[in-house]
Design a protein around this ligand. Structure first.
Ligand SMILES: *Cc1c(COP(=O)(O)O)cnc(C)c1O
Length: 223
């Protein structure tokens, strides 16, 4: 068995019931994705629109593609016809544009709200407060072609496991708060996308439902 297939099976074998592996294939060539596909993997994550669109056109049509990176509003139209989930929605403006393009494509696109939980500075992601504000004041419930399916976050890039655990736990806690406040009867609000190669075992213990694992499966990315 080749290396990628071995790694896919290894990570998949660690997942509890109800959790899924997003194989993050950005910067890796089509052959690498085919190896993962042949090992049974059907869910892939990419973070650049052009790269994704080329791979989507070339690879089997039963692949479920997730967009996991920062998405510019002007790129939404290219992925709206096929994308299965968008993980990092961090403004109402982006959500509204996804809704518009999904309507044109005759689709409903599940989206996750990105929450900034790490200590590092980042331009992206809602704070807890700005996310609550958005849900209270914006007319998201009238967007019929997007579905807010949960939250996504990234922990601080550190070896300090207790800090990583604390950050993931804070995201799960916030997820539970939003579920109760804004989505009590909405069964689509159920996903918590957290955990990457170096921290997904902690994320799983803290309630992740989608782990986004790249380098552990495909090796280091060559930029
Ligand atoms: C690249 C990327 C990953 C995967 O990172 P690895 O450390 O290679 O597992 C996960 N999530 C996001 C948002 C990414 O951009």
């Amino acid at each position: 068995m080749n290396d990628i297939a071995t790694k896919i099976k290894e990570v998949a074998g660690e997942l509890p019931e109800g959790t899924r592996l997003v194989a993050v294939s950005k910067f890796h060539p089509e052959e690498a994705l085919r190896e993962a596909y042949d090992a049974g993997q059907r869910l892939f994550g990419e973070s650049r629109e052009q790269e994704l669109s080329v791979k989507q056109a070339a690879l089997p049509k039963d692949i479920e593609w997730h967009f996991i990176g920062h998405l510019q509003t002007n790129k939404v139209k290219y992925i709206a016809p096929y994308i299965a989930m968008i993980h990092a929605v961090d403004t109402y403006r982006l959500l509204a544009e996804i809704d518009r393009q999904a309507a044109k494509a005759g689709r409903i696109i599940p989206c996750l709200l990105e929450i900034h939980i790490a200590q590092e500075e980042s331009k992206y992601g809602f704070s807890f407060d700005s996310c609550r504000d958005m849900l209270r004041h914006e007319d998201w419930a009238s967007l019929h072609n997007v579905r807010i399916a949960g939250l996504m976050g990234m922990a601080t890039n550190t070896d300090d496991e207790s800090l990583i655990r604390k950050e993931f736990a804070s995201l799960k806690h916030f997820f539970d708060e939003l579920k109760q406040t804004f989505f009590p009867t909405d069964s689509s609000f159920k996903e918590l996308s957290m955990g990457m190669s170096h921290d997904y075992p902690i994320a799983l213990q803290e309630g992740s439902t989608l782990v986004r694992v790249g380098s552990k499966i495909f090796g280091e990315r060559i930029y």
